[in-house]
Design a protein around this ligand. Structure first.
Ligand SMILES: Cc1ncc(C[n+]2csc(CCOP(=O)(O)OP(=O)(O)O)c2C)c(N)n1
Ligand SMILES: O=C1C[C@@H](O)[C@H](O)[C@@H](O)C1=O
Ligand SMILES: [Mg+2]
Length: 637
């Protein structure tokens, strides 16, 4: 056996350079680079290993561990999980900051390699700086907090463990059914320890992503279910996008006149202009998609997890009548809602299924077009919402009085409605540019209103809906799509929570555009509390003496070195967007938008929330009674 003497950290970097994936006949390096924030736990081990030989890895310094991990997640998600960035952090707080990001990657099934430093394997200097000391177990470190949010987790306390640990990590990350965060914690002393590694460990390693075909039995059963159905509806989930199933789904839908509805992760698998694409489904769905879903007698879920947002907490479908046919690479997902399971790659399954249905046509007839036209008229209305100082009826009704709406208009110096601003952006930015969002009221507006003309230009992290993903993720988006304009849609709450990677984008000249919707508050949560009978309680940004907070975010961005704009009218916004396109540097457009001017729900978009069973507020009592009514027709599991 030929060996090579390396430190654990050197072996890690050498190995990362040799990982490839093979998809549809193409072989590409899997690890593009490594984000780092160095601390005492990783600067001398992984830091010096990278300094001496990073190989092809791009090395990027982050500003917040969560932020840089979110950038890595967005990078991989945008590239349909074909490439990753790794993350190296120090131990203790540096690794604790990864927990939120790991949850984001896990909920969205996105591969990312997390390499937090760990406490001393020898325990000689214990307790080291930042070591939490658990009295009942010295074996527990901060990194154990990453276990529940990792798809794979390991601790390396001897150099030679690295070999089996990394092979397993890459097997997990490159499996479409299991893809998610792989966490390999390395004791900080072990990073610098040397070992005679078997040279074969560093040979080029190709991970094959084969498209799993459906079995004959699965296909026969699926074809029978479809032929028996009168009104099937296809739910396009993230798995359809990752499988690149656009063409065959369009062919299937056109041939058999089957409407298509989308989840957040599935949106932009198929462009909005496809005639049978009715847009977003569920709580944040369109009128058209939700109406079609209610009529369905067969729901064909393609790569969807059927989250409560997509199913309106299991109330949107007619569960007495509707059957479910689930095409998913994951067996666990395919089992949901008592569906008929086709455990297969979406594209391959539909390529086999489509020819088996010759002669079939759904009974939707012209209804699909009619539903779409009805919705497009509503969308047009939302593009022109204009505020007035008297008698203004916002989309979110009966929450704020006209007086309070006027107070916001005065305090923020704006009369801009959120839906008008959003649709102005949709009309003005280039169709091949990519938008990203994650939390707040914007995901709902986007899923309903945004028209993606080009596939894979709509990037929503709505598996975890993690505030802070928006700006951080945009950096990852730009790394994945360097030639395109990338825009984040972010609320003031999310922006405040985390936007540190804007500085990283500026530092490395990766142009990102931040579109900041400032309504001075946690708007969507304020809507929730008031919708469910509560008052306006700690969701507006008000001072102790009840003044509305007005932050100059444009100035903040200017301070970082971005080009900033203030746009509170359609004209100002169009001008800012056009000018931003011409810039080489990152930009931020601050829009002050009025609260309550985001979209409301449509047709069956109910959400099962933990309403108080006992309350002295009449509104809350009513909300609770309504919930009990809704649950009577809901699927129980
Ligand atoms: C990390 C994290 N913390 C808390 C939440 C819960 N949450 C969801 S939306 C929201 C408020 C978002 O406010 P903002 O970004 O201003 O958007 P708006 O609703 O006002 O449009 C909160 C607190 C979350 N999704 N993520
Ligand atoms: O609680 C929430 C409510 C949703 O409207 C929002 O988009 C999401 O971010 C969230 O966490
Ligand atoms: Mg807000």
């Amino acid at each position: 056996m030929k060996t090579i003497r390396l430190t654990t950290a050197q072996a890690l970097i050498k190995f990362l350079n040799q990982q490839y994936i093979h998809v549809d006949g193409e072989e590409i390096p899997f690890v593009e680079g490594i984000f780092n924030i160095f601390g005492h736990g990783n600067v001398l081990g992984i830091g010096t290993a990278l300094e001496s030989d990073p190989g092809h890895l791009k090395v990027i310094q982050g500003k917040n561990e969560q932020g840089m991990a979110h950038a890595a997640i967005a990078y991989s998600k945008q590239l349909l999980r074909k490439k990753i960035y790794a993350i190296t952090t120090s131990s203790g707080p540096g690794s604790a900051n990864l927990v939120t990001a790991a949850g984001t990657a896990l909920a969205n099934n996105i591969p990312v390699l997390l390499i937090p430093a760990d406490t001393y394997a020898t325990r000689q200097p214990d307790p080291v700086l930042q070591q939490i000391e658990q009295e009942h177990s010295l074996a527990i470190t901060t990194n154990d907090a990453l276990k529940p949010v990792s798809r794979y987790w390991d601790r390396v306390t001897r150099p030679e463990q690295l070999m089996s640990s990394l092979i397993r990590a890459f097997e997990v990350m490159t499996d479409p059914a299991k893809a998610g965060p792989a966490t390999v914690c390395i004791s900080q002393d072990v990073e610098g320890e040397a070992y005679d590694f078997d040279e074969r460990f560093f040979e080029k390693r190709v991970h094959y992503i084969d498209r799993k075909p459906a079995s004959d039995r699965e296909l026969k059963g699926a074809a029978e279910l479809i032929k028996e159905s009168k009104k099937p509806v296809i739910v396009v989930g993230g798995g359809a996008k990752y499988s690149e199933a656009r063409d065959i789904l369009v062919e299937f839908s056109e041939k058999y006149n089957v409407p298509i509805v989308e989840t957040q992760a599935g949106k932009s698998t198929i462009e909005h202009s496809f005639k049978n694409n009715l847009g977003g489904l569920g709580i944040t769905g369109t009128l058209a998609a939700n109406k079609a879903a209610q009529q369905a007698d067969l729901v064909i879920g393609v790569g969807t997890r059927y989250t409560d947002f997509a199913t309106s907490s299991k109330t949107i479908f007619n569960f007495d009548e509707a059957k479910f046919l689930n095409v998913n690479v994951s067996r666990m997902q395919a089992y949901k809602l008592d569906g008929y399971q086709v455990v297969a790659d979406a594209r391959t399954a539909f390529e086999a299924l489509t020819p088996m249905l010759e002669g079939y046509v759904s009974e939707f007839g012209d209804t699909i077009t009619e539903l779409k036209e009805e919705w497009l008229a509503e969308r047009d209305r939302l593009s022109e919402v204009t505020f007035s100082r008297e008698g203004f009826v916002p989309e979110i009704k009966n929450h704020f009085s006209q007086e309070v709406m006027n107070e916001y208009a005065d305090a923020l110096g704006t009369e801009f409605a959120q839906t008008t601003a959003l649709l102005t952006i949709n009309d003005t930015i280039d169709p091949d540019s990519i938008i990203i969002c994650a939390a707040g009221s914007l995901p709902g507006d986007l899923q309903r209103l945004w028209h993606s003309s080009v596939p894979n230009t709509y990037h929503l992290e709505y598996g975890y809906s993690c505030m802070g993903y928006e700006v951080s993720g945009t950096l990852g988006l730009k790394l994945a799509e360097p030639t395109k304009e990338v825009y984040t849609m972010v609320g003031d709450g999310s922006f405040l929570m985390l936007h540190s990677e804007l500085v990283t984008a500026i530092q490395y000249n990766k142009k990102i555009n931040v579109l900041l919707f400032d309504n001075s508050g946690y708007g969507c949560i304020n809507n929730l509390q008031m919708d469910f009978g509560g008052g306006s309680y700690f969701c507006e940004f008000r001072t102790d003496d009840n003044q509305i907070l007005n932050v100059d975010y444009a100035k903040v961005a200017e301070g970082y070195g971005a080009k900033a704009y203030r746009a509170n009218t359609v004209e100002e916004l169009k001008a800012a967007l056009e000018d931003a396109k011409k810039q080489d540097c990152s930009t931020l457009i601050e829009m002050k938008v009025l609260p309550k001017t985001m979209t409301d729900g449509y047709e069956g978009s109910w959400w099962n929330l933990g309403v108080s069973e006992v309350s002295d507020r009449e509104g809350i009592q009513k909300a609770y009674e309504f919930k009990q009514e809704k649950l009577k027709n809901a699927k129980q599991y």
